[in-house]
Write a protein that binds this ligand. Sequence first.
Ligand code: PEP
Length: 250
Amino acid sequence: MRRPMVAGNWKMHGTRASVAELINGLSHLALPSGVDVAVFPPFLHINQVIDGLKGKSISVGAQNSAVESMQGALTGEVAPSQLVDAGCTFVLVGHSERRQMGEQDGMLIRKFAAAQACGLIPVLCIGETLEQREAGKTLEVVGRQLGSIIEELGVGAFANAVIAYEPVWAIGTGLTASPQQAQDVHAAIRAQLAAENSEVAQGVRLLYGGSVKAANAVELFGMPDIDGGLIGGASLNADEFGAICRAAGN
Ligand code: PEP
């Protein structure tokens, strides 16, 4: 049985004051014990969040990390080893908002490997644009994004990683993939992994992301290959985020 996970990607939002308010809201949530919950604040607020959530069952991750594991001369970057030192557990790799800024598969393979090399759990984000979906290329695109990691690092890399399927057209748009659309892609992702190693395929958590809210979470998370969600906008509201976490515990 895979343990569900709900992850909140705060993106480039927050001030010290608003983050303190969000931490306070998260601290008072009644979270289901059977669900792993994590938040991904901006780098600037990671220490504040880790301190503020001490003793709570909420993990912290980063939204990005460097291609090199260890600290060094890389201006403006943050090394995975520094994130581990700060107390992070997870890191997003290949969020579509970063792919749109030019991050490509080759760089993402290095980021994924660097993160794992120092014990961070990568959350690999994959997904197609609207144009690619309309051209019938969804599975080809997602298959290539996933396949690039499998080819370089081996399927075993997913024994300790999470995958988030996030159709680009559903991120921050209010459009959501239907539960069946999402399930179809999740099943294809799992089948691609299973072709290499069925144990890894059965164990890996596949999160859906793209305008998930409390109102649509139960239906999405009820699909057999959807093991939780990566939540953007709705994770900035503690009560809404809590309701989504409870939906994953149903
Ligand atoms: C995301 O940023 O990963 C995301 C899914 O955003 P939203 O929930 O706002 O669509």
